[in-house]
Write a protein that binds this ligand. Structure first.
Ligand code: G6P
Length: 366
């Protein structure tokens, strides 16, 4: 009811603003990186595996895609991400030395549960879930678990569940890196420090809301939008596009920015807003030339740039600056303004934000 909403108009907005607390709770009590964060027996399991298979649906699958970048670069462990509803029906080549990781807010998604059973049926017994509901079927079915502490998520479009999943997956990355001898004491301390800083960093990003509201006015009259990201931030672009589709009903697609020239550039006109996730990382210069390709066709760029990127506002280029650059944790921060953009665009269009048409919070049938 209204009392629970406090100053917020919708649960989705409340849940976006709960993220500092949700991440803080999810990481509470993590004093050091150890396999046992994931349950008894995790040490043995982590020693027995040499690859990761991630199974999930929807927003949770984008958390998985982000984790693939972390797992391969930080833990150096080959990682495959599969949409649960596809994996269960295709011929794949099973390897018993695989850690099967399911990611699910509810722990009850039928496709993800069936994909887990399929993997087990193929002889893969090492199972771990990142899940927000401790009493769910998924937690019962998996050997190991990390329970995120997002709290109950009511908005159908997932927000705080996603960022807490990312926090859990980053911990998993560090734990696997450690058991593979790829995490020094100094690196562990540096990562833990950065994780503890997340709630404060998230607050600073949430303070960008007024600037995002101004953009949402422009977006409300559009019927299409493109989202661009590269590397670790390509999954963030996918999630930004999904949020916009789900609640504002604007058709949105995400592309890794280097792929623009292989198709989507044909769609770019002055009517096409192009949202660009521009962290200050190794791909920034490449991304800037992708942005030029958009500008040359008259596309309107809406750029979420880190403070130190030297991307300036100019005609056709709108820039909102994030307060700092967050290193590998950057996706957790960069997704937040995209959640806000979808939310405020939907509000401006007057849609039913918390209960978008045709969608369910938890899909427990195939
Ligand atoms: C539904 C929800 C999505 C969610 C997906 C997976 O489609 O509308 O927001 O991402 O299910 O849910 P899960 O509970 O498995 O994370």
């Amino acid at each position: 009811g209204a009392a629970e909403l406090g100053p917020y108009r919708h649960y989705m907005q409340k849940e976006i603003f709960e993220q500092p607390r949700a991440i803080g709770d999810t990481l509470e009590g993590v004093q050091a990186i150890t396999p046992e964060l994931f349950g008894d027996g995790a040490h043995g399991v982590f020693k027995a595996i040499d690859k990761v298979l991630i199974l999930a649906c929807g927003t949770s699958s984008y958390a998985g895609l982000t984790a693939k970048y972390w797992l391969e670069s930080i833990a150096r462990i080959p990682t495959q991400v599969e949409i649960a509803s596809e994996y269960r029906y295709r011929d794949s080549v099973p390897d018993p030395a695989t850690l099967v990781v399911t990611i699910t807010q509810s722990g009850e998604t039928a496709d993800t549960l069936a994909a887990l059973k399929h993997a087990r049926g193929l002889g893969m017994e090492h199972t771990l879930t990142i899940c927000n509901v401790a009493t769910s079927a998924m937690v019962r079915e998996c050997k190991l678990a990390y329970i995120t502490r997002a709290g109950v998520e009511i908005g159908v479009a997932s927000t705080k569940a996603f960022t807490t999943q990312l926090a859990g997956l980053f911990l998993l990355t560090l734990a696997l890196a450690q058991s593979r001898g790829r995490l020094s004491e100094a690196e562990e301390q540096a990562h833990l420090k950065a994780m503890r800083h997340l709630p404060v960093a998230l607050q600073a990003v949430l303070a960008l809301e007024p600037q995002v509201i101004a953009w949402a006015e422009d977006f409300a009259s559009k019927e299409n939008a493109l989202f661009l990201g590269r590397g670790l931030h390509y999954p963030v672009a996918l999630e930004g596009a999904l949020k916009l589709k789900e609640i504002s009903y604007i058709h949105a697609e995400a592309y890794p920015a280097g792929e623009l020239k292989h198709g989507p550039l044909a769609l770019v006109t002055a009517q096409m807003p192009v949202v660009t996730v521009a962290p200050n990382d190794a791909l920034l210069e490449k991304l800037k030339s992708n942005m030029q390709e958009v500008r040359a066709r008259g596309g309107q760029l809406y750029v979420f740039a880190d403070s130190d990127t030297r991307i300036e506002s100019e005609p056709g280029v709108h820039v909102i600056r994030l307060p700092e650059h967050y290193g590998p944790l950057s996706p957790i921060l960069h997704v937040v303004p995209l959640q806000l953009l979808a939310y405020h665009t939907a509000c401006a269009r007057g849609t039913d934000v918390d209960k978008p048409r045709n969608l369910a919070k938890s899909v427990t049938v195939e």
